[in-house]
Ligand binder design. Structure first.
Ligand code: SF4
Length: 209
């Protein structure tokens, strides 16, 4: 990462961390993917049950492999034939790993979902949520974060999953009601009632979409 970009990310991250703190959430800055992984592991006690709901960024820093190889009980939803059982196991997990589709400079998290397994687990259920968020996802404000989620993250994800939505053809949100839409649920996390539950690790890198 270019050193001027790094300096800017370091400074901007402090603003976001302050915003998160004002919302009863914890923020951290990682200068590299490796540092992000180490911070995440320091937040996850050995023996914890850990699960996730998608999240390229979590894979990109090597956290999923570290959890699978370490002394943790990884709940792999893909290994469940019964998807409802997988969902209920995820709700009861000690730790839920995720990224965020976007985050505002003042610490508001924006996430969209089709099946809602990810956004519902961020909202409640797992005892702790650890988010890995590249600095490319920091937006000026809440409105900018929503626009990013709908015009950047969603079109890329619909392409990735081969879904037939307007945005997978145009690259921008057309506010569709397509049966394939992934914009069924919007989660705006503006405050956490439970201190110590939501941890956001901001990474000096471009991660995810
Ligand atoms: S509402 Fe439809 S067109 Fe807009 S981002 Fe979501 S899936 Fe794409």
């Amino acid at each position: 990462m270019n050193e001027n970009i790094t300096k800017r990310n370091e400074l901007l991250a402090q603003t976001v961390i302050k915003g998160l703190k004002s919302r009863n959430m914890s923020g951290y800055y990682a200068a590299s993917k490796e540092e992000a992984k180490q911070i995440a592991l320091s937040l996850i006690p050995e023996g914890s049950s850990v699960t996730m709901g998608g999240g390229m960024s979590v894979h990109e820093i090597g956290l999923v492999d570290a959890i699978k190889e370490g002394n943790y009980n990884f709940i792999d939803r893909d290994a469940y034939e019964d998807k409802r059982a997988a969902m209920l196991a995820a709700y009861d997990a000690d730790v839920f790993l995720s990224s965020s589709n976007a985050i505002s400079q003042d610490g508001i998290l924006v996430n969209i979902d089709g099946n809602a397994n990810r956004v519902s687990a961020i909202a409640q259920g797992p005892r702790k949520v650890v988010m890995i968020v590249g600095m490319n996802k920091v937006c000026d404000d809440w409105d900018g974060a929503m626009k990013r989620a709908r015009n950047v993250a969603a079109p890329i994800n619909t392409q990735r999953f081969g879904l037939s939505t307007p945005c997978s053809k145009t690259g921008a949100c057309m506010d569709c009601k397509s049966p394939d839409t992934i914009c069924c649920q919007f989660l705006i996390t503006r405050f956490s009632r439970h201190a110590g539950r939501i941890h956001v690790i901001l990474v000096n890198d471009d991660l995810g979409f």
